[in-house]
Write a protein that binds this ligand. Structure first.
Ligand code: 5BU
Length: 452
């Protein structure tokens, strides 16, 4: 195993990062300058880099590899030689003679191509490469990047549904160099302030429509959810947190037409029975909505598996969707059956939650790796590869005395680009629940249309 930190320190000696005052192409004065091209002149380091980058894509589907010209060309070549993944070459400018091809090499339509980039800043040159590669009928899903300058490019691509695997962020580099006394504290502060304060490359990204998202879905449950949303013009999930089975059934029957799904906490139902599920399934089939058990699994895989299929609730037998924490790691999510859509909890809506940005990033990373995870519960934007479910939605209240924090449908669609709103007390706690469900359906759909 190659040590990332040692690799960085050896690369630093080649002069790949310089500190001082540099005027960037954009005219901005930057306290650091990055140029990874010298790595190509060190076969030893280039080989190590290739191993490190290959390590990040070992679980990704790949039939081809392509470097973004020019700096990443030797990197992609080294990776191809090390892994036997065939290389294709993207031209920077098309030839004005002969075939005028932009992609050189042997490839076939529909093949998955991994892209390699040295430094990501705005993501613009990557987007150009992606366009050329996709134009030739190839598929791009995963991108490996050596260094993220943390200026918005990674987020831009992730919002478009690509997965960006970065070896180092500029902050990682600064921390390593500081720990080895190549930088002093005042330099670190200056650089970190620059990263924080410097206006990020702002690219306003329109959200994807349900039609566009439908095309990206692989799981039958996520497909079904979006199909229902489109056919009933609703993105509303009602959370029926009610303790009497008959009351849930009555309400489901009344408001089912406005919903994509009903979310339950079966463990608060005092008279739960198989017959209740049987009746609820009949209503869900008649009114065309899915059943979502908000179990929030949070244990080791073995236990979760038993909790999912055993006990009195036998969730695996009827729930189309379930929620699970990611706290126990990747393997704990692999125990749910293939036909159930898993929604992981990346961020909670309550005051003081421990799900900070770092937690969310890790939760999203894990979620992207597991095939039956269709999305996350979160309170901010997600990469387009995951559907976003947002609870804590209420048109009249801003919170409760137990930590809940509410937002309006308008806010969660315009700011978070959510896909589905989850409403509990706003519906079952209303004087007229049917009228209220209709209102949330209309407001949710209006907010969606405004956000596209
Ligand atoms: P409310 O009555 O609209 O506050 O109900 C919200 C529901 O969503 C309730 O069932 C919660 O358990 C659930 N929820 C939430 O409110 N916030 C979260 O972060 C998560 C779930 Br995860």
């Amino acid at each position: 195993m190659i040590n990332k930190e040692k690799f960085l320190l050896k690369s630093y000696e080649l002069g790949i990062i310089k500190f001082g005052e540099f005027t960037l192409k954009s005219g901005i004065l930057s306290p650091f300058y990055v140029d990874l091209r010298p790595l190509a002149s060190s076969p030893v380091l280039l080989k190590e880099l290739s191993q490190l980058l290959l390590g990040m894509i070992k679980d990704c589907r790949h039939e081809l590899i392509c470097g973004v010209p020019y700096a990443a060309l030797p990197m992609a070549t080294a990776m191809s030689l090390d892994s036997n993944i065939p290389l294709i070459i993207k031209r920077k400018e098309s030839k004005n003679y002969g075939t005028k091809k932009m992609l050189e090499g042997i490839f076939a339509q529909g093949q998955y191509c991994i892209l390699v980039e040295d430094v990501i800043t705005s993501g613009k040159s990557l987007l150009e490469t992606i366009e050329e590669v996709e134009k030739e009928g190839l598929k791009v899903k995963d991108i490996v990047v050596v260094l993220d300058r943390q200026q918005g490019g990674k987020e831009l691509l992730e919002n478009k549904g690509y997965q960006v695997h970065t070896l180092f962020s500029i902050e990682d580099v600064i921390d390593i160099l500081y720990n080895h006394e190549f930088l002093n504290q005042s330099q670190v502060i200056k650089i970190k302030d620059f990263i924080k304060e410097k206006p990020k490359v702002q690219v306003s990204i329109p959200r994807l429509t349900y039609e566009q998202k439908l095309e990206m879905q692989k799981h039958p449950v996520s497909k079904k959810l979006i199909e229902i949303a489109l056919s009933k013009k609703t993105n509303l999930i009602a959370s029926l947190d009610i303790s009497k089975a008959q009351e849930i059934l009555n309400l489901a029957d009344k408001i089912g037409e406005y919903l994509v799904a009903i979310k339950l906490h079966t463990d608060i139902i005092s008279d739960f029975s198989e017959n209740f599920i049987h009746e609820l399934k009949k209503i869900s089939a008649a009114k065309n909505f899915l059943l979502f058990e908000d179990r929030k699994f949070a244990d080791i895989g073995n236990t979760q598996q038993m909790q999912f299929s055993g006990g009195i609730y036998k969730i695996s037998e009827w729930a189309d969707l379930i929620t699970s924490h990611v706290i126990a790691g990747e393997a704990s999510l692999e125990v749910f059956g293939e036909s159930t859509g898993v929604v992981t909890i990346a961020e909670m809506s309550s005051k003081g939650t421990l799900t900070d940005e770092n937690y969310k990033t890790k939760a999203v990373e894990i979620s992207n790796k597991i095939t039956n995870v269709i999305g996350c519960v979160a309170q901010s934007k997600l990469p387009a590869s995951l559907l976003l479910f947002t609870p804590g939605v209420n048109l009249t209240e801003s919170g409760d005395e137990k930590g809940q924090q509410f937002n309006t449908p308008e806010k969660v669609f315009s700011e978070y680009h959510t896909d589905f709103i989850i409403v509990g007390r706003g519906i079952y706690g209303a004087l007229d629940s049917e009228k209220s469900a209709k209102k949330y359906q209309e407001e949710g759909w209006k907010a969606y249309l405004k956000s596209i």
